[in-house]
Write a protein that binds this ligand. Sequence first.
Ligand SMILES: NC(=O)c1ccc[n+]([C@@H]2O[C@H](COP(=O)([O-])OP(=O)(O)OC[C@H]3O[C@@H](n4cnc5c(N)ncnc54)[C@H](OP(=O)(O)O)[C@@H]3O)[C@@H](O)[C@H]2O)c1
Length: 255
Amino acid sequence: MKRISPTLNPEPGFLILGASSAMARAIAAGLAQEGYGLYLAGRDVADLESTAADLQLRYGVPVFSGPFDAIGTATHQAFFQTVIETLPALKGVVVAFGTMTEQTEAERDFPAAEAMIASNFTGAVSILTHVANYFESKGTGVIVGITSVAGDRGRKSNYVYGSAKGALSLFLQGLRNRMFHCGVRVITVKPGFVDTAMTYGLKLPPIVAPPEVVARDICRAVKGSADVVYTPFFWRYIMLVIKLLPEFVFKRLKL
Ligand SMILES: NC(=O)c1ccc[n+]([C@@H]2O[C@H](COP(=O)([O-])OP(=O)(O)OC[C@H]3O[C@@H](n4cnc5c(N)ncnc54)[C@H](OP(=O)(O)O)[C@@H]3O)[C@@H](O)[C@H]2O)c1
């Protein structure tokens, strides 16, 4: 991990969890462009170090990196302590990690389903417990949680992944309700299809967004006041229609 003395590093910063994906990289670039220092955390430490060096050079902000595994919940408290020692003016945290196992595998093999639930939901609950308690003690902070439109309604083609994301959306909603009273913002981000490694090779409709659109919408949300962000914006309307379909109709569809 790259380290400098905290006293040399008073800039407000963001921690990005699961920082080696194309989406997280675009978010990191967007936040660095806004002048925020960064702590990039994830499993591929070598990749994070090179991204950190690149962002630091491009945007002139301090960028640190270090190992983080969402599933290793026993390590989360010590990990977060290291982050706040490194970036003492921590302003926000972006939860960008997640996995999507094929539905057919998840519905036949419980350990595969359980691993996906851990990397999308229980891992996020664990790290956000430490983050929320820290921000609550400071009376400030922004938590950005990336869930998915897949969490808005269970569909046969991806309901195990969707249920993990839906659970995360509900967790963030409750956390927002709790944290509102102490000056901490919680933003739920629900992307539609995004062109990343996660969707590589899948048969997708022709409305796949580049990761930069998600990053732009997140940076806007951090500056604004939105609680729930659909990205791109039109997914709000698509999901509204999908959510309004009565169950006796919905269960007959092949979605
Ligand atoms: N792409 C889409 O269409 C789409 C749509 C809606 C929501 N999302 C959500 O957006 C977020 C970013 O996804 P993406 O599309 O950029 O997918 P991606 O390219 O597959 O990236 C997922 C990221 O999560 C990290 N990760 C996975 N398991 C982890 C763990 N146990 N601990 C720490 N990091 C872990 C990965 O790190 P490694 O490199 O170490 O594997 C990678 O950096 C995810 O939460 C995803 O569910 C994606």
